[in-house]
Write a protein that binds this ligand. Sequence first.
Ligand code: SD4
Length: 335
Amino acid sequence: MSDLKRRTFFKLGLVGAAMSFIKPSKAAELIEKSTESQFRVGRKMIVVSTWEHGLAANKAAWEIISGNGASLDAVEKGVMVTEADLTNRSVGIGGRPDRDGHVTLDACIMDHKSRCGAVGCLEGIAHPISVAREVMDSTPHVMLVGEGAREFALDYGHAIIKTPIKEVKNDWKEWKKENKEVFEKPVINHENHDTIGMLALDAHGNLSGACTTSGWAYKLHGRLGDSPIIGAGLFVDNEIGAACATGLGEAVIRIAGSHTVVEMMRQGHSPQVACEMAVERIIQKHEDLTGLQVGFLALDKYGNHGGYSVYNGFNYAIKTTNQEEMIDATFDRNW
Ligand code: SD4
């Protein structure tokens, strides 16, 4: 008997033991509920992704999922929509630069076989998520950064772009004038929050995830956040579930955020409760929570989802056969 089967068997045993104290009708209800959530094979196709831009990204992912395609292809194609959006200031081509004026892009991708790829501090390439996938598919490595990542992307023929785009460059020049000496900590809030993390479950019951960002606006050159780090910005375990993060990457890295969420699900918690537990850990580990927004999004093997953040304002997009909408995540506190 596999570990997982043994554990679920054990859980059923506990449910069964409790039944002797419960009225028959209630007992039947509980068994049904338990069977639903714990034992059904994942056949519910679903795509979830962070923030409002997730709606358009989910649509692209859904085209692949609904055509019986792989969740890995779906999450890549899905977040590419956001990377290509020139109006988005925290992902891809339209992203804001670091303090020195370089737009440095971070991304990672992970599939149902725990294969993964990542790029960090990548400059001048249109689709970092596809470079991350290329690292996964074509090299023995997991992560390439900086100039090496760029050379690799060029070798593999990835589309080049010139960044920052004009409007963003003008904003950066203004910012420079006002921040000559100091390194101001930008607030991750409603205006500066656009990393996309996407999780998908396909018709074959396979989970994959992708995460891509230009990171913290006006960061120090060379800074990496959580988004390209497997286990921090994204984690997938096909036996259990998947999770991704948005917000202040430094705080997410400190608790290996997405991995933590998946491990909470492994212990039997729902995606919602798992996200709450990871946020609670972030709160415990930081004395000063001023401006420290982090949101987690999780999806389990059965298609159940959940999201939770430190402050209000985090939302995520969901797409299933009969649902396409934004969901406001619950949160620990108000801004
Ligand atoms: C980072 N986590 O680079 C990213 C930024 C982000 O919503 O998610 N913003 O730290």
